[in-house]
Ligand binder design. Structure first.
Ligand SMILES: [Zn+2]
Ligand SMILES: [Zn+2]
Length: 317
């Protein structure tokens, strides 16, 4: 019987996770704030002796690509969606990290790895692996291209996968591509594929503001050995309406989750994006949350694990 466990996973995407909303490309302030915040997030964990999982869009693990004549990465099959009418790689600048640091971030992945955190995959080009629109070949290419980019960067095999937009699909492709686990959607509720902006937003915000006791769950080992890791909720930044959620409510919600996870021998798994921490105020929120996690960990009441280590534990029974 395992005790309570905590995991923080961070979806690192640069502009790859944002380009389908054109305003984020036209004004890349949000993505560039995320790039600046990423090493600071890594250090906030490191200073507290905590390891996290940073799931990079695989393309970010490249230090350069192209230049391309015509479409970028022509050998990679494209996803197509009813809500997006351009080629998925249209924005790929075909250059390098120095010139386009929101499309390449190898130096950041290596720095995160050097801090002792897990580097994981968040697709290769952030294709949303919605099985109703995306064939298996696109999923295979996303999974294997990310691994190839990791090898090229000199990183270890990527063991964990975080689905873009939390749309879980083609799970049976993970094992062959070398992945041992993935993050489920929050509370196992199917996520919707498409540009951001959902009906659920207001209800979710209320749950944060009221510090509602979060979902905790248990890892599930599939027949192929791949582990489905439960997911609880996203740690919010302070953009727009999210600023109404007070720091005390953010900390209280984490504490409620840690207590529940410890009591039930379950996993509290929270996730976020670097661009949520583009302000000092938001970074201070994260530090306050991690202080509480570190206290619980130091008391021996909760164990803090990366996704890959949590999966290994689950497979060992
Ligand atoms: Zn490229
Ligand atoms: Zn993403």
């Amino acid at each position: 019987m395992s005790g309570g466990r905590f995991c923080l996973s961070v979806d690192v995407e640069g502009l790859w996770g944002l380009f389908f909303v054109r305003a984020y490309v036209d004004d890349p302030t949000l993505a560039s704030g995320g790039r600046d915040a990423l090493p600071r997030m890594g250090r906030l964990l490191e200073e507290r002796g905590l390891a996290g999982t940073f799931a990079f869009v695989g393309h970010l693990l490249l230090d350069a690509c192209g230049p391309w004549e015509g479409s970028a990465h022509p050998e990679i099959p494209r996803p197509t969606y009813p809500w997006y009418d351009r080629d998925w790689y249209d924005d790929d600048p075909g250059t390098d990290e120095a010139r386009a640091p929101l499309w390449y971030a190898r130096s950041q992945a290596l720095a995160i790895h050097a801090m002792g955190h897990e580097v994981a995959a968040h697709g290769f080009a952030h294709a949303i692996l919605d099985e109703s629109h995306v064939p298996r070949a696109v999923a295979d290419a996303e999974l294997t291209s990310a691994q190839a980019a990791a090898v090229d960067a000199g990183l270890p095999t990527l063991r964990s996968f975080v689905y873009p937009q939390n749309v879980v699909g083609h799970v049976d492709a993970l094992a062959a591509a070398g992945y041992g686990c993935y993050r489920e959607s929050d509370a196992g509720q199917p996520a919707r594929a498409g540009p951001p902006g959902g009906l659920q937003r207001a209800a979710n915000l209320a749950r944060h503001a009221l510090a509602a006791t979060p979902f905790v769950g248990h890892p599930m080992v599939r027949d192929d050995g791949v582990v489905a890791l439960p997911s609880s909720f996203p740690i919010l930044g302070r953009e727009g309406l999210r600023r109404v959620v007070r720091r005390s409510a953010r900390v209280a919600r984490i504490e409620k989750g840690l207590r529940r996870a410890a009591t039930e021998g379950a996993v509290l798994h929270v996730w976020t994006h670097p661009h949520a921490f583009a302000t000092e105020e938001a970074l201070d929120d994260l530090a306050a949350v991690l202080d509480v996690v570190a206290e619980w960990s130091e008391r021996g009441d909760i164990e803090v694990l990366t996704m890959a280590d949590m999966a290994e534990r689950a497979r060992a029974g």
